[in-house]
Design a protein around this ligand. Structure first.
Ligand code: TXA
Ligand code: MG
Length: 343
């Protein structure tokens, strides 16, 4: 049975935190909210506990986990050769949606956290529940997103419950997460920092603090190739029905919907609010077309909502590759397996 414990900032939830911390100290896994998505945490130094994360998610064991810490000082406990750029990034963006990949300190973390790797991804999350959990626990938490492998990441406790009920003992429900897409993963072990996964801290924001940053062209990265963030090679973020990308063009969208319906398809449309009058079978809003943060916040919930319908095809509108739009497009392209709608 899976406990769903509400942690509301306005009432005293200390016994819920105690319960979660007791479970973690006993080698169990606990799901908790961060500012990006819900994470599935285990004490990062406990190998048996960390293994449970992989089992619960059905996650390939060669995919490393991010280690969440509650203070900047703890970085030195888990990483070595910490470069100046990393320190600048921590100052500027922590707590926040930025994971820094650094050289790992040997023999401290559980082996499965960094399977066969010389590096570790560290991040200090910017969420009151995550920070309080870390503060009470006083240990690092290894935590991937709390979804079954291959499903969109959870942005609500109910998403975690749907994927992992009966499999994990406890979910801390802190409401909807904010940013809605996973953290930016930045490798700072090389001469020039490289973005391994785009996220809430954008290339533009990073460059203001540390100068030039490399960002591979994620659209051209083939799923078969071996990108440096091992997790990027797996199919991801995908609902059950196939997803096709389409421009934010009213005419084109209306034509597509009509044509697909003539082919007996049930069409779910994921698009900004202003397209709510298109005659699709289901409509899930990305919010205001000019507010990329609304789109990132609603993206996974919308993709998951399609699984609750009998839609046979999903049309999702694309956005500019600028700011957090880069992260949104990266996730959309994965959900769509790179497929665009073609007449
Ligand atoms: O926002 C987030 O980052 C969320 C919340 C829960 O913190 N976590 C998350 O974890 O998205 P996960 O495991 O779903 O994604 C971690 C990504 C994977 O693509 C993984 O391969 C990459 O980060 N990664 C982790 N450690 C790495 C390392 N040492 N070197 C390269 N990539 C690493
Ligand atoms: Mg994930």
């Amino acid at each position: 049975e899976t406990l769903l414990l509400t942690v509301d900032e306005f009432v005293d939830n200390s016994e819920n935190y105690t319960q979660a911390v007791d479970l973690l100290n006993n080698g169990e896994v606990v799901a908790f909210p961060t500012e990006t998505v819900y994470g599935l945490g285990a004490v990062a130094t406990d190998e048996q506990a960390v293994k449970k994360i992989f089992t619960a998610k059905g996650r390939p064991s060669d995919n490393p986990l991010i280690v969440h810490i509650g203070t900047i000082e703890e970085v030195e406990d888990y990483a070595v050769d910490i470069p100046e750029v990393a320190k600048k990034c921590m100052e500027a963006f922590w707590p926040g949606p930025l994971t820094l990949v650094m050289n790992v300190k040997p023999n401290v973390l559980a082996a499965s956290v960094t399977p066969g790797m010389q590096t570790v991804g560290l991040r200090m999350p910017d969420h009151p529940v995550a920070l309080n959990l870390l503060k009470v626990l006083k240990k690092p938490l290894a935590a991937p997103s709390a979804n079954r492998s291959g499903k969109p990441s959870p942005t609500k406790a109910i998403h975690v419950f749907e994927d992992l009920q009966g499999i994990i003992p406890c979910i801390l429900d802190g409401g909807m997460t904010g940013i809605g897409v996973e953290s930016t993963v930045l490798d700072v072990t090389l001469d020039q920092p490289v973005i391994l996964r785009p996220g809430g801290v954008t290339k533009e924001m990073l460059e203001q603090v540390i100068g030039s940053v490399l960002e591979p062209n994620f659209e051209q990265q083939k799923i078969e190739s071996t990108p440096k963030a091992p997790g990027m090679k797996y199919t991801h973020y995908a609902p059950d029905a196939p997803v096709y990308l389409i421009d934010q063009d009213k005419n084109q969208i209306e034509c597509a919907v009509e044509k697909l319906q003539q082919q007996q398809h049930k069409v779910a449309l994921l698009a900004p609010q202003k397209f709510d009058d298109v005659n699709a079978d289901y409509f899930f809003s990305f919010g205001d077309e000019h507010e990329l943060e609304q789109m990132s916040g609603k993206l996974y919930d919308a993709l998951r909502a399609c699984d609750k319908t009998d839609a046979t095809i999903i049309l999702a509108t694309v956005t500019e590759r600028k700011g957090v739009g880069t992260a949104i497009m990266n996730r959309l392209e994965k959900a769509a397996g790179g497929n665009w709608y073609q007449q």
